[in-house]
Every structure is written in C-alpha cells, then in structure tokens.
Design a protein around this ligand. Sequence first.
Ligand code: 5GP
Ligand code: MN
Length: 324
Amino acid sequence: MSASGADSTRFAALVRSAKSVAVGAHVDPDGDAVGSTLGLVLALRSIGLNAVPVLASGDSVPETYAFLPGSGLYRAAIDTDVPDVFIALDTPTFARLGDAESLARSADDLIVIDHHPDNARFGTLSIVDPAASSVGGILWELLFEMDIDPDVDVATCLYTALVTDSGRFSYSNTTSRTFRIAAEMLEHGVDVQRVFTEVYESRSVGALALIGRTLERVTCVDGDSIAYSWVEDDDFTQTGALKAESENLIDEVRALRGARIVFLMKRSPGLVHVSLRAKGSADVGSVARAFGGGGHAAAAGFTFEGEIPDLLTVLLPALREAHG
Ligand code: 5GP
Ligand code: MN
C-alpha cells in the first residue's frame, strides 16, 4: 500500500507553502537514509523549493554514498537554521534524529515518512508504510502522486535507497512492488552497475581486512541456528577500515547455512552496538526493543552499556526465545 491520496495531498500542500524545508534521517545513516534524503531534496529543488539535506550525526556524508548526486549539499544539523518544514525520513523516533532532533521539534511542521513498524508517528503528518522495503520506494510513489517526474539524479538516489534496504532485492521485505518500482527507476535512466560498483565494490583494502576479522570470529550457538561476530574500535585503527565501511558486515555473518538469527557487535569501551538479523520468521525487532533499541522484524539494532560477555549472557536467552 502506498501513501493514501489524502496523505500525498497534505504532504504536497505543506512542502509547497514552506519557505524552507530541511530533510534528515537517522543517526549513522545507511543507504536508505542518505539515498531517500538526497532524492527528496533534489526532487523538491526541481520544483523550485528551498530544500536542504541535514546530517543527524557526523559532519560529512558516509564515503560510500558520496557519489550520489546532491551529496555536496549536506550540512550538519547544528549549522542549519530552523526550517518551516522538517521532513524526517527512515526514523522511528525523535531520539534517532540525533543532532537534528531540535530542528525537527522547532519547525512549524514536522513530516515523518518511514517504513519502521515501530514508528511513533511523531509528525504533524506521518506517512508510515511497514510493507515498503525502503523509504526510497515510498518517496518514489509519492513524487508521482504529486505530479513530479523524477530526473535521473533523483532516480539514482532513490534506487540506491531501494537496492541497499532490500539487500539487493533479496531480503524478506522484497516484493513485486519493490521490483516494479526498480523497473520504473531504470526507465528513468538509473545506471544499475554504477550504483553496484560504488556501493558494493569500492571497499578499501582495510575494509576487506575487517571482513576477514569478522569472518574469523564467527561463533555459532545452538547448532548454528544463532551465529554472531564482533569488531572493536582497535580493528578499525589496525586495518584502516572506516566506520562507514562496516555497514554491510552483518551480511557476511548471515551467509552461514542454517543460521536463523545472526548478529554483529561493534564494541567501543563500555558500549556495544548490536545489529540483529532474522533470516526466517523470528522477530528480532521485539528483542531490540526489549534492549532499548528498535527496527524491523527482520533487521533491528540497539546499544548496550557494558561489555560483550555481559551482553551475551542476556542476549542469547532472549534470541533463543525469539526463534522458538
Ligand atoms: P543496523 O543493524 O543496520 O544498524 O540497523 C537495522 C535496523 O535497526 C534499522 O532499521 C535501524 O534503524 C534499526 N536500529 C539499529 N540500531 C538501532 C538503535 O539503536 N535504536 C533503534 N530504535 N533502532 C535501531
Ligand atoms: Mn530504511
């Protein structure tokens, strides 16, 4: 189901009457966060609106997505004036907006567009479609409902959102709708191979070494039905891999045959960020929520205060219960 006609009419009315629009997404942005933000900003600019993309964390766009059209427009949220309208993409709560939270709270209107099932619908207008594989796909449909014909730059950004969040059209969120939208994007000129090369085949040698460490540490429990690995701050300094290059590391772990739930821990002193993935029908989103995080049934995350052994003591029983 796409955004209802009433939602798209309200969306159009709010943005068309705004003198300034800022668009942001969740902290530690992934392909959907960056691709959907830039795609929407470029589309709004193409109809003469004053729209800027803002970073919820960090001061530059992740290197992997710097090739996207419009990436040079990004500015830090803290350097951005309060806009008439703030649009929060791919973000389920105010807190996940990081540095951009105060812009979102202070804007005259806040529009939320998301596909997280646990979205708090915290906008003046909230368009939430958990059946959508990416926010990029929701925006693609929304633009047509607003009679905006996307150019190749908009299509490239939104395609990048679609291809990354669907796991290259392979995760359980991939549907015929995902492929249909992708086909339309290709008809608008997207260079599929270029996006693939930029996103998946532009790793530094350090990032490959980090994959090596991750694979060496894969640990299986319950006869392989749960598998995990981890990386630490030192791994980044020793290999030279960038933090942003660890976005898809979890995919290396999920390759294991028979694994139903996999997770990757990223450890800093006293803090562990956990990425959880379910390959079958288990709901790792509810496990993440129980640990103060969130996400989708098949892909979720949270941050744990403590060290890895303490975390495993509480997380493994919770995951066993989740996969039944
Ligand atoms: P990833 O594992 O790639 O960081 O994130 C997977 C999914 O879980 C994404 O939808 C992301 O927004 C969500 N997620 C990851 N970490 C957190 C977190 O700390 N809090 C919340 N609420 N969601 C998270
Ligand atoms: Mn997403």
